[in-house]
Write a protein that binds this ligand. Structure first.
Ligand SMILES: Cc1cc2nc3c(=O)[nH]c(=O)nc-3n(C[C@H](O)[C@H](O)[C@H](O)COP(=O)(O)OP(=O)(O)OC[C@H]3O[C@@H](n4cnc5c(N)ncnc54)[C@H](O)[C@@H]3O)c2cc1C
Length: 416
């Protein structure tokens, strides 16, 4: 194990609890290591998940371990401790948190970086009958369902079909549909008896375009690329109900669906309600410009779960990394008596891949369509990129040629 980088914290240094070992939490811990705080990192999993590549796990391009990094190992390289646990309650007056296992822990400062989960917008059956893609467990479950359905098609023989429906035409939906199309394209070798024409992939989006935050030319490009790969793309199409083997549209049309993937929206998880903190749109925790939770002096919210009232940020990796680092710097400022600052987001652009041969990317001053050069998005037959190769969980978790950040013209748009 590498030696710790930061100085060892003094025994009377402030105790900082960071909840959530995602992009935001890890970025905060890295900065706090430099500041000399006593840091306790808490996550409900023993690993941190690289969400942007979950769709590759779901479609067999990567293995689950390739998108997970052990949190204890990360903490061990910084002057931080790790505690497995799930945040249950917060008592700001007593400066304590309670975990679901009953442990009560004291803090001087608290950073919340717990991410978001799926939002189903009240659609009947969506929560029960769709598979999401937010955790490593989700991706493994989806992969098992996809592969099991293909195996059944192989057993059932000609005349049978399998239908995959992806709900949501944001970056995640486009990436999943593109990866499924690629999987279908490569079926010949593992399933020589299966006729590819019996595998149907459909993407359903309520809005009139795919990839809402992107330039219209990129939206059209993504649409054309998916169609060319055999994906049926239904735009301006509202779903009213979902069950185990079909999707019912608002106009009454019934579409057969053996596996339905939910990539349509995100919101703050139910648990946030128990924390007694102010929330805004999408159940996200409201913060001021210095990322302190509104009305709280010692609690910060960062990453996807945070909603800065004056500058709502998209729910992407770069905002998470930058807010995590900034909140840690605010604690460092408080430790040394310096005044609080104002968070400003540095836009580095966005990208969505459509299978291994195409991608759309945009930054504030340019937009492009091209073959993705992002090594992390390699096809299944290449050696799986391990965390090291992905530079995960480094300060920029994406390979340098793989921008993955912010919509320039729709800064508040969620990624779905
Ligand atoms: C499928 C998918 C693809 C994506 N692709 C891209 C992309 O290409 N580019 C991009 O920029 N962004 C992408 N994103 C978005 C990006 O991954 C998120 O914006 C980013 O992960 C947010 O980081 P975070 O630290 O706020 O939360 P997360 O990364 O979600 O981390 C939250 C952590 O908190 C832990 N946690 C949650 N609740 C509790 C609790 N109560 N107690 C203890 N621990 C808890 C979780 O286990 C998790 O480790 C994608 C997201 C998904 C789901």
């Amino acid at each position: 194990m590498r030696a710790r980088r930061g100085r060892q914290p003094a025994e009377d240094a402030p105790r900082v609890i960071v909840v959530g070992a995602g992009f935001a939490g890890l970025s905060a811990v890295r900065e706090l290591d430099r500041a000399g705080a006593r840091v306790l990192l808490i996550d409900r999993n023993v690993y941190s998940t690289f969400q942007p590549l979950l769709y590759q796990v779901a479609t067999g391009g990567l293995n689950p371990g390739d998108v997970a990094y052990p949190v204890r190992a990360f903490a061990g390289k910084r002057a931080a401790r790790f505690r497995l646990g799930e945040l249950d309650r917060i008592d700001p007056a007593a400066r304590t948190i309670t975990l679901t296992d009953g442990a009560v822990l004291d803090y001087d400062y608290l950073i919340l970086g717990t991410g978001v989960s799926a939002a189903y917008y009240g659609i009947t059956g969506a929560a029960e009958h769709t598979l999401g893609l937010y955790t490593r467990r989700d991706a493994s479950a989806l992969r098992d369902h996809i592969m099991a359905r293909l195996e059944r098609l192989d057993i059932e023989g000609p005349g049978k079909t399998v239908n995959f429906t992806v709900v949501g035409g944001g970056a995640t939906g486009v990436e999943v549909a593109g990866a499924l199309a690629e999987l279908k394209d490569a079926l010949g070798a593992p399933f020589p008896e299966v006729d590819k024409a019996d595998v149907h992939i459909r993407l359903v989006e309520m809005a009139p375009t795919l990839l809402a935050p992107f330039h219209p030319s990129l939206q059209s490009y993504a649409y054309d690329q998916l169609r060319r790969r055999g994906v049926e793309v239904l735009l301006s199409t509202k779903i009213s109900e979902i069950d185990g083997n079909r999707v019912l549209l608002a106009d009454g049309t019934e579409l057969p669906s053996d596996v339905t993937v939910w990539a349509a929206g995100i919101s703050g998880p139910e648990a946030v309600r128990r924390w007694g903190l102010p929330t805004g749109r999408g159940g996200r925790i409201l913060t001021g410009p210095d990322l302190r939770v509104t009305g709280q002096d010692r609690i910060f919210a960062v990453g996807d779960i945070a909603l800065t009232e004056d500058e709502p940020l998209p729910q992407l990796a770069q905002p998470a990394i930058q807010t995590g680092r900034f909140a840690a710097k605010q604690i460092e400022a408080a430790m040394t008596g310096r005044p609080a600052g104002t968070f400003h987001y540095h836009d580095k652009g966005i990208m969505a891949t459509i299978g291994r041969r195409s991608a759309v990317a945009a930054a504030s001053s340019w937009a492009t369509t091209r073959r993705p050069r992002c090594r992390a998005a390699r096809p299944s037959r290449s050696p799986a990129p391990g965390p090291g190769r992905l530079r995960f969980p480094g300060p920029n978790p994406f390979p340098s040629n793989c921008p993955a950040t912010v919509p320039p013209d729709r800064p508040a748009a969620p990624r779905s």
